[in-house]
Write a protein that binds this ligand. Structure first.
Ligand code: P6P
Length: 336
């Protein structure tokens, strides 16, 4: 009799906990709490048009960006869930200028810190386009039992213990890595569980999709302009012209390219001369996932996971996806 047992996220986390000889379930509890908060945010996102959760909050965040009501709702949900987990001593999130620290004895003793974009792509909320949550987990480096310091959050990306995203799309998925491959879980609303749907995700080495906001073309570095023209040339033996796909939501663009192959590019522009995406809670977690799935992630010159962060909301140029495409854009940048 064929087994129809699906593996839930919680079962998978516990199964894989054995990989962590030193862990006594702390990371499992942390990932579980992120999954719970994601389900609560998902409920709100799915009803966004029906409840008073759309639109601007009237607040501006540290990025100088208009905060959406759903941004703030998501931020509070994840902060609450991580505080309740007792395993996290503090967070850095896109919605908070400074680090958020927890002062309960249990949380101060937490081994981990989390960097998070609670709701990425929020400009798409009001038009029902996929959005996402991005998270990155590190072991704290300051002594347990004390409040975490900024240095706990400014670690290089290769020190990440785990990273992942939730995509609130046609279905809701959670995709994460703990450094032993990438696995995807789809939320089954009928049982309220994330179920293993995409085990051991590997991204194609050769991609034919490029994702970039070509509205900024005139401001792109010369090498990026040359790469875009390369993608558009007709050369059937290398499957060109490639396909341009850009949703304007990093998680959605990255997720499609992860599964199908492709490259996401956010170069420096006139509006964002050092790039738009944030190193701590967008580029580092996505880079960890990309590399774990067999892809690459760079700022056009340097490997993302080796970059030392200087500040919580630091922005950098960002190129990630299939090996051949990331290497190709790096070649064009180096030559121009
Ligand atoms: P633009 C969303 O604000 C975000 O950070 C990413 O999710 C997305 O890929 C990018 O910015 C979109 O930026 O300038 O093309 O609208």
């Amino acid at each position: 009799m064929k087994s129809y047992h699906v593996t839930t996220l919680n079962e998978f986390i516990i199964e894989r906990q054995a990989d962590f000889a030193y862990a006594k379930g702390e990371l499992s509890r942390l990932l579980y709490s992120i999954g719970v908060a994601a389900k609560i945010v998902n409920k709100k996102v799915n009803k966004a048009g029906l409840v008073d959760i759309l639109g601007a909050s009237g607040e501006i965040n540290v990025q100088g960006e208009e905060q959406k009501k759903l941004d703030i709702f998501a931020d509070k949900q994840f902060i609450g869930a991580l505080k309740a987990s007792g395993e996290c001593c503090g967070l850095a999130t896109e919605e908070n200028d400074e680090i958020v620290t927890f002062d309960t004895d249990m949380s101060k003793d937490g081994k981990y810190i989390v960097c998070m974009d609670p709701l990425d792509g929020s400009s798409n909320i009001d038009v029902n386009v996929s959005i996402g949550t991005i998270f990155s987990i590190y072991r704290r480096i300051t002594p347990r039992g004390t409040k975490p310091e900024k240095e706990d959050f400014l670690q290089i990306g290769s020190k990440q213990i785990a990273a992942g995203y939730v995509i609130y799309g046609s279905s809701t998925m959670m995709v994460y890595t703990t450094g032993r491959g990438v696995n995807g879980f789809t939320l089954d609303p009928s049982i309220g569980e994330f179920c293993l749907s995409n085990p051991e995700i590997k991204t194609p080495k050769y991609g034919t999709i490029y994702s970039i906001n070509e509205g900024n073309y005139v401001d792109f570095p010369e090498g990026v302009k040359k790469f875009i023209k390369y993608c558009q040339e007709i050369e059937p033996e290398t499957n060109r012209p490639y396909t341009s796909r850009y949703i304007g939501s990093l998680v959605a663009d990255f997720h499609r390219n992860l599964l199908k192959g492709g490259i996401y590019l956010y170069p420096s522009t006139a509006k964002d001369p050092i790039g738009k995406l944030r190193l701590l809670y967008e580029c580092n977690p996505i880079a960890f996932l990309a590399e774990q799935a067999g892809g690459l992630a760079s700022d056009g010159v340097n490997r993302i996971l080796k970059m030392k962060p200087e500040s919580l909301h630091q922005r950098i140029p960002f190129y990630t996806g299939s090996v051949d495409l990331v290497q190709k854009v790096e070649e064009f940048i180096a030559k121009n």
